[in-house]
Design a protein around this ligand. Structure first.
Ligand SMILES: Cc1ncc(COP(=O)(O)O)c(C=O)c1O
Length: 441
């Protein structure tokens, strides 16, 4: 057994995922294929839960940010691990409900929740809604009044901490469609507005400072700013913050330019947050709020691998070598969206030495359809099975049918046993919602 980029390679020289031979998965289920290592996902849920239990007397809840990868099996895993979820649309909530997720442990986000989404959330019995607009507070209060109910809510605040991977900066005038600024009084103003609503019960505040952040001090800075705000609001109004939700954003390994954090290493993010939260609330003499965190990428990102079959190879002398695969931006949109970097392995020859730098291209009719650029690989041949690593987050959830390609299947693997959790689309799926009006018949 060999290890490459934290992945196991079996005695046949094949990449292993969750104890299964990746080339056999490709053969059994076809490619492209999203493959998820179940124990990796569960281990991440457990480390976060354990850290809150040990370091904060269990006074908190881990919410899986389901936008990272939303499907019924994922909500089942979150339910079994005893964590909560965040949802950002009625569609995500519906999926959770269909999976039997206990939605009293769900928090709904969104800067522009639709009335029908709010109604669906209320009628599903959602635990908490995170308000992000005055109009939303009005509408939600009205909907609750009509139903004779009182809804627990948080307010999304913007503590003015902007974090980009390695640095966090305090911005004076935050420019974001999300949240209410703490620095200019906007957050306090909406808090008072919501407190006065009869059918809303304000529990606390939520913020999310960014994604793919490695620097723990960024989160500590956000804690500082949030607790400053909580203290000021309490002094002014007597309001005691019962819940503080600090969002997600912990960075994962995509290439060796990123830190490789072990499962246990992720506890350090929560430890840094908790230490600061304890210190800062003590400084102000505030009651410690229930702590919520919302990791998405770090729970599923590294647990996911996409398998492809190599097709056309085009070597442009002196320029670059394109290795085209049977996927592309329709199932792996992050390069096209953000220029994201990835590591790839030849799953069928995982021990071969890297010999060349190639660009992995998709099959879409679009020059910008690249899966990963400048990837070191052994000499690649048509028919090889290529594995792109760390694709569990924001791949399937952002996939589309561009060029009427099929969104691939996803399998969940544990102890070598692979089960389909999302079926591959078929031709029938592509035309399911198409209608030919009578006059075109
Ligand atoms: C409100 C909120 N919470 C949690 C997350 C999850 O972040 P990540 O997947 O980086 O952990 C996001 C991501 O955009 C978010 O917007």
């Amino acid at each position: 057994m060999n290890i490459l980029a934290g992945r196991r390679i079996n005695e046949r020289g094949h990449l292993e995922i969750g104890g299964a031979d990746a080339t056999e998965l490709a053969q059994t289920f076809g490619t492209p294929l999203y493959v998820f290592d179940e124990m990796q996902i569960r281990s991440m849920c457990r480390i976060y839960k354990k850290t809150i239990a040990e370091e904060y007397d269990g006074n908190g809840l881990v919410l899986y940010a389901s936008k990272a990868f939303s499907c019924m099996a994922m909500y089942k895993i979150a339910a079994q691990e005893g964590i909560g979820v965040d949802v950002v649309s009625a569609g995500e909530l519906y999926t959770a409900v269909q999976a039997g997720f206990p939605v009293e442990r769900a928090y709904m986000h969104g800067n522009n929740k639709l009335e029908k989404e709010l109604i669906f959330a209320l009628e599903s019995g959602i635990g908490n809604i995170v308000i992000d607009a005055y109009s939303e507070a009005d509408k939600l209060n009205e909907l609750c009044k009509e139903r004779g109910m009182v809804q627990n809510v948080l307010i999304r605040i913007n503590p003015g901490v902007e974090a980009h991977t390695h640095h966090a900066v305090q911005t004076a005038t935050p420019d974001s469609k999300f949240g209410f600024a703490t620095q200019d009084g906007s957050a306090a103003k909406i808090a008072k507005y919501v407190m006065a609503k009869e059918n809303l019960r304000l529990k606390g505040f939520h913020c999310h400072i960014g994604s793919q952040i490695f620097e723990k001090s960024s989160f500590a800075l956000a804690v500082d700013k949030c607790v400053d705000f909580m203290a000021q609001l309490q002094a002014e109004t007597g309001f005691e913050t019962a819940e503080l939700n600090l969002g997600g954003g912990y960075g994962i390994w995509y290439t060796d330019e990123d830190a490789k954090v072990s499962v246990e290493g992720y506890a350090e993010y929560l430890k840094a947050i908790i230490a600061e939260l304890k210190a800062k609330t003590a400084q102000y003499g505030l009651k410690r709020p229930k702590l919520l965190v919302e990791p998405g990428r770090s729970i599923v990102g590294e647990a996911g691998t996409t398998l492809y079959t190599v097709g056309a190879i085009k070597d442009i002398p002196g320029i670059k070598k394109y290795v085209a695969v049977d996927g592309g931006m329709f199932e792996a949109p992050r390069y096209a969206l953000y220029g994201s970097k990835y590591t790839a392995i030849l799953a069928n020859r995982a021990n071969d030495k890297n010999e060349e730098i190639v660009t992995i291209a998709g099959k879409c009719c679009e020059s910008g359809d690249i899966v990963a650029a400048n990837v070191p690989l052994p000499k690649v041949n048509t028919g090889d099975i290529l594995a792109v690593l760390s694709t569990g987050a924001y791949h399937y959830s952002m996939a589309s049918n561009y060029n009427r390609n099929f969104i691939p299947a996803a399998v969940l693997v544990k102890e070598g046993n692979a089960r389909v959790i999302i079926k591959a689309q078929t031709f029938a799926d592509l035309v399911r919602n198409d209608v030919i009006p009578e006059d075109l018949q």
